[in-house]
Design a protein around this ligand. Sequence first.
Ligand code: ADP
Length: 488
Amino acid sequence: DLLAKLKDPSLATDKALIGADWVAAAADGKTFDVLDPATGAHVATLPDMGRTETAQAIAVAHKAQKAWARKTGKERAQILRRLYDLLVTNADDLAVILTTEMGKPLAEAKGEVLYGASYVEWFGEEAKRVYGDTIPGHQPDKRIIVVKQPIGVVAAITPWNFPNAMLARKVAPALAAGCAIVSKPAAETPLSALALAILAERAGLPAGLFSVILSTDSASVGLEMCESDKVRKLTFTGSTNVGKILFRQSAGQVMKLGLELGGNAPFIVFEDADLDAAVEGAMVSKYRNNGQTCVCANRLYVQASVYDAFAEKLAAKVRALKVGGGFEPDVSAGPLISEKALAKVEDHIADAVSKGAAIAVGGARDAAKGDLFFQPTILTGVTPEMKLAREETFGPVAPLFRFETEEDVIAMANDTEFGLAAYFYARDISKIFRVAEELEYGMVGINTGLISTEVAPFGGIKQSGQGREGSKYGIEDYIEVKYLCLSV
Ligand code: ADP
């Protein structure tokens, strides 16, 4: 039982936050259930809302944003700092909520909470540094001043794989810039979003600036967000498919878009790499969050001369992974999020095996652990014709491709419509720069499998999205540039 596990049970709520009000029931009375993916146990029953509540939240946000925008950066920073402190103080409880609804191991959940909090800290600091510019005039009497202003009301749609951090990454820059935000978390994992809103309220955030809509009808909520003339920016993290729907839908309002979409990350091991380091990097990049991140290594390319050695070292580590419920001690891989997710993993493995790949480790469900558990898997002999090469697997499967030359592997790595993250291991410094510059990706990890941090710009190119989250670039997505031309 979730409440019994929390030091502060009031961090778990079954109400939505619509504008200034915590709302217990949907306009049409519908509800939906949140389940624990590790056990299938019922966690909460929540109001299942739609367009009506979305429009209400947007209307309140639109009013509240004006006063928020007039505050100084420092005033907004102080509230974000308090929110950061509250997130850190309550990190254990937030991790429990997260593991209960999403399944990742508790230690990983706490890591996510602190990672999410780091964005709140960073953007609170940035709130004071939204600098404009002065430009020498084009005529003797002209003075040109550039100011940066909050874009207005922001709508946010977030996925289930990082229930806390994906929302914190949007809420923090929006509030820092002086925007209001209306969010719709994934219906699988709404409780982490609600807990964030509870803490924002406790931090002293004025009412109406941060709404959390609860809904299984994301299409209707998304439509209202896209068609409302009060929303000026839509920020979305999720699948490329849904990103494209939102791109089309928001065209009518010429809305500013921030899209963090799917990836198909290559992870390249060159023969001059430190193999043990490459194995470590592959483990975190591939198996973190059980393979359910958009920056997870999806295709592992290993140079022929070190292929067998790498495969062997990786297999030893993967066999040692402990699968289990997120609350079990020392667990490194939890359940997948849904039956659909397992079916996709099985389909990718079956397709690869039918085309000649071999299962080196795992390859099947782990039914003894529960319905949604899958064994951490390694496939060898993987080739570009297999589905694994083209589609994001989003599960604990490492497909090992063999390559001969630098030219070949770059061509294969770039042969995808995605462009989010890429990784490679090498020691030759000339090669490192060559490869880093050739890879068509928004982020490149070189001799590291972990690239996420609030101080760097996270985001993709090609069909992986647009806009950046984190760093000094991240706040730009929430700001409009205005130029004042003054004749003196
Ligand atoms: P995933 O495969 O990770 O669930 P989705 O893109 O389907 O990826 O989901 C990410 C978020 O987008 C979730 O909050 C989901 O409810 C929402 N979503 C799904 N379909 C739509 C849609 N048509 N319009 C708006 N939001 C949607």
